[in-house]
Design a protein around this ligand. Structure first.
Ligand SMILES: [Fe+2]
Length: 362
């Protein structure tokens, strides 16, 4: 099981899409003995339960976000959370058959304007063995305006959140890295390579613009505080595109410490999410000696691309006082490349440290 999953509630129970500002988001971070659940949802302003925050019977009659985790044999855990700090935990064995309820857990919530955030710690011991699938729901509004929403809607004649066949297998849920669901970008990378008639030494024509369009979303959603820092940079592998195996990284930069002079062995595209990077490119002169060719700043929102032939050689330094963040796409796994001695330009194979999602804000 990967170390995190993400569910987005983006439709009503009968599959009508919700506008983007009405979506709710749940991130499940699997720790050794605890499931850390983070909720971010619209706040409808429904009346709070009359009892104090804490474990609350019949919480589903109020404004609530629910997570259900399903194991084998229709055993499942139902967790409900409200914006005022109320929660309800139920264990079920068979559809709607409650075997335990009112278990105490650690939950706090905070309302910020028209949104609320909550964080819960759920003992993994409560979860069914052989955890298989999940769904998430939100109920909010009063009277005729009451809205029943689902991550994986079951449809049917009336809202029913216990239609276990509608739940999604955990393996199909988005891995979540640094607060962002990257599947759309990974798919777009494959489509751009297809449109360019397959892998090549040059980046797919449409991909730089496609990456640029992602930078805004990444800026809004990236959990910058969770990004690690390296001596010069820390390189977080987000994933590989499903069909062509192009690699996608998020990099967090430490100001003032340049990378070694290096190549990549594949085409590459760099987009700056935050801050400014300074890139220095090198060209071979008539003797085959590399010389500094060009320096240019790469500012937030800008994208640079390079081909693998002729070999693109460069070094990069974070020029800002804050820690810049960038997104990198390479045509292969980018597991190794060459670094070059700055005086002799002799090349040496280099295997950079790559952090996985677990160390990159997941
Ligand atoms: Fe590079």
């Amino acid at each position: 099981m990967s170390r995190s999953h993400r569910l987005d509630i983006a439709a009503t129970w009968d599959r009508r899409p919700l506008s983007a500002d009405a979506h709710s988001h749940l991130v499940l971070r699997w720790e050794a003995t605890t499931l850390l659940l983070q909720i971010e949802a619209p706040f409808a302003g429904d009346p709070a339960p009359t009892q104090p925050a804490g474990s609350t019977p019949r919480l589903w009659e109020h404004e609530v976000v629910e997570l259900m985790l399903l194991g084998a044999d229709a055993r499942y855990l139902e967790l409900e959370f409200g914006p005022h700090g109320h929660y309800l935990a139920l264990r079920l064995d068979g559809v709607r058959t409650i075997v335990e309820e009112g278990m105490a857990l650690d939950f706090h919530a905070e309302i910020e304007g028209d949104r609320w955030r909550g964080e819960a710690r759920v003992p993994r011991a409560w979860l069914p063995d052989d955890l298989r699938a999940a769904n998430a729901f939100r109920i909010a509004g009063t009277g005729a305006d009451r809205s029943y929403q689902a991550a994986f809607p079951a449809g049917g004649d009336a809202p029913d959140f216990h239609r276990l066949e509608a739940f999604a297998p955990l393996s199909t849920l988005a891995p979540e890295v640094c607060g962002v669901d990257w599947r759309g970008l990974l798919d777009a990378i494959d489509r751009a390579i297809d449109d360019a008639n397959g892998p090549s030494t040059a980046p797919p024509t449409d991909l730089p613009a496609g990456l640029a369009a992602w930078l805004d979303q990444a800026r809004q959603r990236l959990d910058f505080d969770r990004l690690p820092r390296g001596e010069s940079y820390a390189r977080c592998l987000v994933g590989h595109s499903p069909r062509h195996g192009a690699s996608l990284f998020v990099m967090g930069w430490t100001p003032g410490v340049p990378t070694p002079i290096h190549d990549h062995g594949s085409w590459g595209i760099v987009g700056v999410v935050r801050g400014t990077l300074q890139e220095e490119r090198f060209d071979a002169d008539a003797d085959g000696t590399f010389v500094g060719a060009a320096r240019r700043p790469l500012r937030a929102g800008e994208v640079a691309a390079f081909a693998s032939k002729p070999t693109a050689i460069h070094r990069v330094v974070a020029a800002d006082h804050e820690n810049p963040v960038s997104i990198h796409v390479y045509g292969d796994a980018a597991a190794s490349f060459h670094i070059y001695d700055p005086d002799t330009f002799t090349a040496e194979l280099y295997i950079p440290e790559t952090l996985d999602a677990e160390h990159c804000g997941s």
